[in-house]
Design a protein around this ligand. Structure first.
Ligand SMILES: Nc1ncnc2c1ncn2[C@@H]1O[C@H](COP(=O)(O)OP(=O)(O)OP(=O)(O)O)[C@@H](O)[C@H]1O
Ligand SMILES: [Mg+2]
Length: 255
């Protein structure tokens, strides 16, 4: 076999650098890919083989997350050290961690939504896939999109370059749907059965679960409807469920 005509085919193995890029690909001789564009094919192939990065959500947030003055009394660089009790929770949301459902029962205003927003940023930047974020109502989802999500994207350059701004003529991005390379984030309300059934999802962020209605459009428990979206992602799915219990003393059984 002539050296000039045979382009090695990568068969396996990779290590990832901090930013998740492949830094090493194991090669083997053997397949003749000596045609125009072979390098492009291999580049795209390698990108498709890229594993989720060995980076945690808290590490990502400490590097890339900026808190906006629109939603935070302490705008600027996010520091996990400021709310250290969230580190373990954010790290369970990271791809390396085996947990698939992370339930956070909490007091008011402890930083839970920001932790979930850090996860959203991490997914857009490093582990893209379909993601569903559920607020109690569609109206609250719209408010959250304007007040929390848009600043999250606008103030982190790594996210800004991946998500184009919402424009009425750009079908890819709207208030309740943000496309990015390799994935999409859809926001919806627990009161909308059609929103909860809209797509398969690898990641689901259920915020303020205590305020969800008992049934979405008479189709049943919104948490069950949303979680059913993850079926096809089996071991790669993650569900983050956040709630401050109300004062009735009776929590719905979600186990
Ligand atoms: N690490 C942090 N450093 C500085 N400010 C923070 C940090 N984490 C959260 N905050 C700020 O604290 C406030 C409460 O955060 P957040 O809304 O995430 O809490 P929550 O637990 O979801 O609250 P709620 O009970 O209202 O749902 C927000 O203004 C947020 O920007
Ligand atoms: Mg919150």
């Amino acid at each position: 076999m002539s050296e000039r005509n045979s382009t090695p085919l990568p068969i396996s193995g990779s290590t990832s650098g901090d930013d998740g890029d492949l830094t090493e690909v194991q090669l083997t001789e053997g397949l003749d890919l000596g045609f125009d564009g072979a390098e492009d094919v291999l580049r795209v192939w390698r990108r498709g083989m890229r594993p989720d990065p060995d980076l945690t959500v808290s590490e990502w947030a400490d590097q890339h997350r900026k808190l906006s003055s629109r939603a935070s009394a302490e705008p600027g660089q996010y520091r996990t050290a400021r709310t250290p009790y969230l580190r373990e929770i954010m790290d369970a949301l990271s791809p390396r961690h085996p947990a698939q459902r992370i339930s956070f029962m909490k007091a008011a205003q402890v930083g839970a939504t920001e932790a979930g927003n850090n996860w959203i940023g991490f997914v857009i930047h490093h582990a893209p896939g379909p993601m569903l974020a559920v607020l109690p109502t569609v109206e609250m989802a719209k408010r959250s999109s304007r007040g929390r999500l848009d600043p999250l994207i606008a103030e982190s350059p790594a996210l800004r370059e991946r998500v184009s701004p919402a424009r009425s003529r750009d079908a890819g991005n709207s208030m309740l749907s943000k496309e990015f390379p390799g994935g999409i984030l859809v926001l919806t309300g627990a009161n909308s059965a059609s929103g909860l059934r809209s797509m398969p999802a690898r990641y689901i962020f259920l915020d303020e679960v205590d305020a969800y209605p008992a049934s979405a459009d008479e189709e049943g428990d919104p948490v069950t409807l949303a979680e059913a979206r993850t079926t096809t992602f089996s071991h790669r799915r993650k569900v983050f469920m956040v709630s401050t219990p109300d004062d009735s003393g009776v929590e719905p059984d979600r186990t």
